[in-house]
Design a protein around this ligand. Structure first.
Ligand SMILES: Cc1ncc(C[n+]2csc(CCOP(=O)(O)OP(=O)(O)O)c2C)c(N)n1
Ligand SMILES: [Mg+2]
Length: 380
């Protein structure tokens, strides 16, 4: 089993040998963390990295419209408050069944998806509430779906794991680990076949990388030049199993090199680093269909699902990762750069809270699906 120190060394190597060329964000970061994101749970390294990230973010924000920066922050805060509410109402029985929260990982969805065009497509696994909302499904429709109500995104019949909207280009919401990697690859194939220049973002967790579907899909995507960006959200755990106990090598990005595919290791606590890496991947995909694998290192602050007793990691480990909270980091950067004031932030938070309250009211008032719905959308 590799030690954390070994893992860090390997990742340093990977960033250098990535086939995508220079990593602009990483090169701006000073030497304290060796210019690289670290995956060590070490408070000194984590706070040094946090400091470096703030410097990098300060330079990066100069290239982004202030309005967009504020919208990115709003979407992250909305996702966080929405999901904190989900946990609360789950505990009082308003939501039943599976419910996987995204708290801590917001920068991954927001950073990558806000680099997309409206006609681009997205597919993900079961941790899908935030991605669904960023793609345009309303908080009301997502919450009502969680409540199993008729006003839900798919009529209350899918629940937490199955948000879907063909019109908005959001293709789920999938419960079979890794299953969506094949579907996402097919979506990119369809775009190429139809000669559009739309790209597909295909999200999955690091545990899905051990599935055959990942390897078969990447091989095909590179061979056929499919405009797909594979986003591995490496939150370091597959249910209660740490990546270190389940994978023979620590670098996921490096696996792309076996297929000759462009790849990058990105700090998922930094929304702008995620946006920049995704933008580079999108440019490649639109230009000649070249796919990319992004390994975006993040951390989920909550359990795997609402029924996770969480005995496989220490509270100290969670706390250390929370010190690098992506929302806190981004808010701090925008405040220091005077893109937002404290009053602006209060406004952003207020708007998000209002949207979540509206969603809860809508879900509460929405009726249960009609009994005849038991026989609609049944394919077997
Ligand atoms: C094919 C398959 N095997 C096992 C499971 C059970 N399962 C559900 S979630 C999960 C862990 C997946 O972890 P990861 O891909 O890292 O995503 P994360 O939950 O961390 O977002 C497992 C093993 C499943 N749903 N599908
Ligand atoms: Mg995981």
């Amino acid at each position: 089993m590799p030690k954390t120190a070994t893992r860090q060394k390997e990742e340093t190597k990977i960033n250098k040998s990535s086939t995508n060329g220079a990593n602009k964000t990483a090169s701006k970061i000073n030497a304290k963390t060796n210019g690289q994101a670290t995956d060590k749970v070490d408070s000194k390294l984590a706070s040094a990295e946090h400091k470096d990230r703030r410097q990098a973010q300060k330079s990066s924000i100069k290239n982004v419209e202030p309005q967009l920066l504020q919208e990115m922050l709003y979407q992250m805060v909305l996702g966080r408050i929405f999901e904190q509410k989900c946990a609360e109402v789950y505990r009082i029985g308003k939501i039943g069944g599976f419910c996987h929260l995204y708290i801590g990982q917001e920068a991954v969805a927001i950073g990558s998806m806000m680099a997309l065009r409206e006609d681009d497509l997205v597919i993900t696994a079961y941790r899908d509430h935030v991605q669904a909302m960023v793609k345009g499904i309303t908080p009301e429709a997502v919450m009502a779906e969680l409540y199993g109500r008729a006003g839900g995104n798919v009529g209350g019949k899918g629940g937490s794991m199955h948000m879907f909207s063909k019109e908005l280009g959001f293709y789920g919401g999938h419960g079979i680990v890794g299953g969506q990697i094949g579907v996402g690859t097919g979506m990119a194939f369809a775009q190429k076949y139809k000669e559009t220049d739309a790209v597909t973002l295909c999200f999955f967790g690091e545990a899905a990388v051990n599935q055959g579907m990942f390897h078969e899909s990447l091989n095909m995507a590179q061979l056929w030049k499919l405009p797909v960006i594979y986003i591995c959200e490496n939150n370091q755990y597959g249910m209660g199993t740490s990546q270190k106990r389940a994978m023979s090598i620590s670098s996921i990005a490096k696996k792309a090199e076996g297929f000759g595919m462009a790849n990058e290791f990105v700090d998922g606590m930094d929304v702008l680093a995620v946006r920049e890496a995704t933008t580079r991947a999108i440019e490649r995909a639109r230009k000649d269909g070249s796919p990319t694998l992004l390994e975006i290192r993040c951390y989920r602050f909550m359990g795997h699902s609402m029924s996770d007793p969480g005995k496989y990691r220490t509270s100290d480990e969670i706390k250390k990762n929370q010190e690098r909270d992506p929302i806190f980091l981004f808010k701090q950067t925008l405040t220091e750069a005077k893109v937002i004031s404290d009053k602006d932030y209060a406004g952003i938070e207020g708007r998000a809270k209002e949207a979540v309250e509206k969603a809860l009211k809508f879900a509460d008032e929405s009726p249960l699906p009609d009994e005849k719905e038991l026989f609609t959308d049944v394919y077997a």
